[in-house]
Design a protein around this ligand. Sequence first.
Ligand code: TRP
Length: 334
Amino acid sequence: MEDKKILFSAIQPSGILTIGNYLGALRNFKKLQDDYNGVYAIADLHTLTVKQDPAILRKNTYELAALYLACGIDPEKSILFAQSHVSAHSELAWVLNTICYPGELSRMTQFKDKSKKHEDNINMGLMDYPVLMAADILLYQTELVPIGADQKQHLELARDLAIRFNNRFGETFKIPEGYIGKSAARVMSLAEPDRKMSKSDANLNAFISMDDDPATVLRKFKRAVTDSDDKIIYSPEKPGISNLLSIYCAFTDKTFDQAEQEFAGKGYGDFKLAVGQVVTDKIEPIRQEKNRLLNDKAYLDEVLKSGAERAERLAYRTLSKVYKKVGLVARKRG
Ligand code: TRP
């Protein structure tokens, strides 16, 4: 790999991804891969922390691989792989577990939220999730981690563990920096604009999935909740219109001022149609390319195989250093 800084990111193969995931993560990857050595994982081991149907998990893993590629990840420039294919992730997580305290994990916001949501399955993996995530990041001597605001605490823990390990055993890990892109500005629900857009919303009209076809996208925006007057302006008193304006601006790289001027005097109907159009212009080619790739499993398998081989070489370099530092005897080979 060329001598550029390492960027690491991962997404769980847990089904639908929304335009929120696209704006917050996927669309930045393509831009970033020229400036960084990108390492992109499909975080399948993380997904096991909540109940999965095995056949669906397998399908979702291919779906996510295809989506990454369709969004412009170039498997020659970047490393794209499945986390479970590189066992160093689990192995480093074990060592990091020995320097992490239960209190650090039990107070994580996401652990508390997920414990409430999955009351019948509060397993050790759910609690240990951030330690595996720290291993993901630290294995690659990562310098930059693009994350959504909800992962900030987890990244903080990764940094804490890296610093703790380095202090105890000597310089081993680079300390990663988080990067919260400005378009990670929260995309809100189309039905209840004071809530975050979520793929697990029971109301399918509340979110735009990356798998929605143009007719569906336009229909969902048409139905989006707006506000009582008919002005298209960004204001805290107008959460519905403000959310649509944010989406419009994020997809067009326009400012709120520009968008407000563009729609001055126009009605909500025209505005919603325009928002739907700019969204579908961007996501429809991705959906088509993703579906094309999904018909070529052999190609996807090949990409994941070569990705895992390249990831493994980097990961084992760090893992052997770690094993040595903590006093494990190196296995003799040959
Ligand atoms: N926890 C992340 C999420 O759900 C996914 C993830 C796993 C990740 N490992 C990571 C993100 C390492 C960044 C770095 O969004």
